[in-house]
Design a protein around this ligand. Structure first.
Ligand SMILES: C[S@@+](CC[C@H](N)C(=O)[O-])C[C@H]1O[C@@H](n2cnc3c(N)ncnc32)[C@H](O)[C@@H]1O
Length: 353
């Protein structure tokens, strides 16, 4: 049997669906070389990291769980109210792991060299992988291994965003859209054959903290995607974990509520989505030369749900990196979306409240 044939037998049918280079990287050198440099950095902005922590805090319902932080560094993002019986961090950089005060135990292990996890069957209640799944060269094997080391009913949480070390991310991840990445991670779970009730949650469009290193760009906070599932076989229903609910998230208005707000918009000049007073906005002649009025009104509340949800809506339509604000035309007494690439766009033409 050739080496290739052997590999196919070993890796099974799910991996075979992908082209041979799907899980190759630009930098295919030993990962230990890349990660020997200490990186005491935040891989997402602080708003997004607070969301990660919040979600971990909501989904871990075990009293004193045994937790594995897979592909760990100096921060495991575990909120204070969670008191693990044991928290193990597995990663590649010894100094970063040593600086992680939450860890009870650290393990240096290269998952791309050896995807087998150095733990006994059914050891952990929770396995968390934060912003690192994109670096796995053997993701199908690693997810099967996570299934092996989780206790029945144990939780595997996989967080990711749209930032990465591109030279170390696998090709299929780099080339995929954010929605395709969700589907890919879902497939890693499904292919493992031992997870139940696969769930996806997305938080996007929040406001990026102004002191963030990319704060000047006007881009929203880094999106947070989490795909998660429990290992089968606990006999319990997965209802033991609550649905994720983030502070500030409001349910969309009903059609009736929206109609009532639109009926009074001419008098109130309040955005029907968030209630903020819209700002008077001069129509820039060069760009919108076909518009016949000199000014309109636009909602400039960056936390308006119309804007925050807009990033995802546009992404689903293939317009990644765009959202829109609500524009009110007083002549026609109607509203339309006006596209934006960042939160600073259109502000230069504000002429009053
Ligand atoms: C983007 S950082 C994320 C670190 C941490 N999970 C966090 O949330 O800040 C990627 C991490 O994956 C780990 N990692 C990368 N390649 C790995 C590999 N082949 N085996 C094990 N860990 C790896 C590195 O040690 C690095 O800390």
């Amino acid at each position: 049997m050739s080496e290739m044939q052997q590999m196919k037998v070993e890796i099974g049918s799910h991996e075979e669906r992908y082209s041979r280079d799907a899980f190759s990287r630009e930098d295919g050198h030993d990962d230990r070389l890349f990660y020997e440099k200490d990186r005491f950095v935040a891989h997402l902005d602080s708003e997004a990291l607070a969301t990660v922590e919040d979600i971990i805090g909501q989904l871990i319902v075990e009293d004193h769980p045994v937790v594995l932080d897979l592909m760990a560094s100096w921060d495991s993002h575990i909120p204070r109210h969670i008191r693990p019986a044991r928290l193990v961090g597995l990663g590649l950089n010894a100094n970063e792991l040593a600086a992680n005060e939450d860890l009870d135990e650290t393990v240096i292990h290269d998952l791309n060299d050896n995807p087998e996890l150095p733990f006994d069957d059914e050891t952990f209640d929770v396995v968390i992988n934060t912003v690192s799944v994109d670096y796995l060269v053997h993701p199908f094997k690693v997810f099967r291994e996570v299934g092996r080391i989780l206790k029945p009913g144990g939780l595997h949480l996989v967080f990711f965003s749209n930032r990465m070390f591109p030279q170390k991310a696998v090709k299929i991840w780099r080339e995929a859209t954010e929605m395709e990445r969700v589907a890919l991670v879902q497939e890693f779970f499904s292919a493992a054959g031992c997870f139940d009730a696969l769930q996806v949650f997305v938080s996007s469009g929040k406001v990026r903290p102004s002191d963030d290193k990319y704060g000047h760009t006007g881009m929203p906070s880094d999106p947070v995607y989490v795909v998660y599932a429990e290992k089968t076989g606990s006999g319990e229903s997965s209802a033991k974990r609550p649905a994720i609910k983030l502070a500030g998230d409001q349910p969309p208005l009903t059609e009736e509520e929206m109609r009532a707000r639109l009926e009074t918009i001419r008098e109130t000049l309040e955005c029907p989505h968030c209630g903020s007073r819209m700002k008077k906005w001069a129509v820039p002649e060069s760009v919108f030369s076909t518009w016949d009025t000199e000014f309109k009104y636009i909602c400039f509340n960056d936390r308006c749900p119309y804007v925050t949800r807009g990033w995802q809506v546009m992404a689903r339509q293939g317009n990644q990196g765009m959202s829109y604000r609500l524009l009110y035309d007083p002549e026609r007494n109607n509203t339309i979306p006006i596209p934006i690439f960042d939160l600073y766009m259109l502000r230069e033409s504000i002429i009053g409240e």
